[in-house]
Ligand binder design. Structure first.
Ligand code: SF4
Length: 441
């Protein structure tokens, strides 16, 4: 980035951010240093601003709500409440291995271990007890995608006394097009809409304000606009060769989970859609000489940010999707206030990972089978850890279905995506390389 821009962001990061934001500030500084040598794209700008938003909200006296990675923040933005997607913190530390001392500390105090509780959230407890975690004004989380996540947020609530709201996400299909399916239940929507309204009432009470209906509708229109761009982007990924490289789609997820319902999200998703569309038009491949298209229906190995670039370089393999990055909430009718509430409910039921992991195993299997066919996938890879009990169970059954029905090879490899010490990156890369050379090619 140009030196003027770098200096501007350096200056913006100065000052006292507050005791509990020490680590948050260190992450901002680390990112700025990392981005210094890179082009200043709208995404670099987006990330830097994301970190600056928290101290800014504090200065302006805006309430901060902590929420997990599986919930869109539209309602919070509509009410002028600053969302803090917690895993930006507890998982964002993983690429720098800064989460590992806190994982050890959390072990030491006896709060779980990898086989029982996921290290995506566990560092929150260790960092909090050592005075390094951001402390929000409010806390929100859901019953999905896992008991592990819900447990850690409950523990955080009990330690901090931060007021919390918990949403129960049901199993069943809601769309009338599935009316004849054994998994359809007409009560699903009503159940969810009621909880969305309860959340709205709780937020009003906690922040001593009423939801501004006009602002709410405007927010829902903006989230729709961004979703339209993401839908178009996802369609463009079907092109062979794929017009963008492996990690680009993850940008859509990060935008929607932090800024859904704002003009920032509209601009960022439009930028990615335009990038993909332009590359398709010009015949540019995200991975030059693309030879393999990989589906990754699970999370990244977060501590190894260079894994996908490695696969690109070694095998000209493009990881077309991961379970979070492939954001698939559709635009909805938001013409009335009631429809806006419905849209919030549908957005929650279909959110990345929730839509595929909140119900019977058939949701996940069907999702993978369809994706493999539509996106012309050559191989499926997924890391797997014990703590992710539901995915652990689904992965093996899904892999059998993929092999039997489509003849596509699948690799499931054990590792903790958040802790580099369980299975080191060299072993992971070797395992995937062996799979590609001995089974796929
Ligand atoms: S990786 Fe699995 S266990 Fe960990 S937070 Fe995500 S869904 Fe839960």
């Amino acid at each position: 980035m140009e030196i003027d821009i770098y200096n501007k962001y350096k200056k913006l990061g100065r000052g006292n951010w507050g005791k509990d934001l020490i680590m948050w500030k260190a992450m901002y500084t680390g990112l700025l240093t990392r981005f210094k040598e890179e082009e200043f794209t709208p995404f670099v700008e987006f990330f830097l601003n994301l970190f600056l938003d928290l101290p800014k909200a504090r200065r302006e006296g805006k309430p901060i709500i902590m929420h997990p990675f599986n919930y869109g923040p539209e309602l919070f933005h509509a009410m002028g409440i600053e969302p803090l997607m917690q895993e930006i913190f507890s998982v964002g530390l993983a690429p720098f291995h800064l989460n590992e001392p806190y994982i050890d500390y959390t072990n030491k105090i006896g709060y779980g271990d990898n086989p029982t509780l996921c290290n995506a959230q566990r560092p929150l407890i260790g960092t909090y007890l050592q005075g390094a975690a951001p402390i929000p004004d409010l806390l929100f989380f859901l019953s999905t995608p896992c008991n592990s996540l819900a447990m850690t947020y409950q523990v955080f609530h009990n330690l901090t006394d931060v007021p919390m709201f918990n949403m129960d996400v049901p199993y069943w299909l809601y769309d009338e097009q599935y009316e004849t399916s054994e998994f359809y239940d007409e009560k699903t929507m009503d159940y969810m809409v009621k909880q969305v309204k309860d959340l709205k009432n709780w937020l009003e009470k906690m922040t001593n304000q009423n939801l501004d209906i006009e602002k709410f509708q405007e927010t829902m229109k903006l989230v729709n606009e961004a979703r339209e761009y993401v839908v178009e982007f996802n369609e463009l990924l079907k092109t062979v060769p794929c017009p963008v490289e492996s990690l680009v789609g993850f940008g859509n997820f990060l935008v929607m989970v932090t800024k859904g319902g704002t003009t920032d999200a509209v601009n960022a998703t439009k930028y990615l859609r335009d990038l993909a569309a332009e590359n398709v038009k010009e015949g540019i491949a995200g991975v030059p000489d693309e030879k393999l298209r990989i589906m990754w229906p699970y999370t990244h190995v977060f501590f190894d940010q260079d894994l996908f670039p490695f696969l690109q370089e070694e095998f000209q393999a493009n990881v077309i999707m991961d379970i979070l990055g492939y954001y698939q909430v559709l635009p909805h009718d938001v013409s009335t206030i009631e429809k806006c509430y419905e849209s919030l409910a549908k957005g929650t039921l279909d959110f990345s990972m929730i839509g595929t992991c909140r119900g019977p195993i058939e949701y996940y299997i069907e999702y993978i089978l369809n994706f493999v066919k539509e996106y012309k996938i050559d191989a499926v890879c997924m890391p797997m850890q014990f703590a992710c009990k539901h995915a652990y169970t689904m992965a093996r059954v899904a892999s059998e279905a993929i092999r039997e029905q489509l003849g596509i090879p699948v690799l499931i490899f054990g590792c903790d995506p958040y802790d580099s010490r369980e299975v080191p990156l060299e072993a992971i890369r070797q395992r995937i390389s062996d799979f590609i050379t001995q089974v796929v090619l």
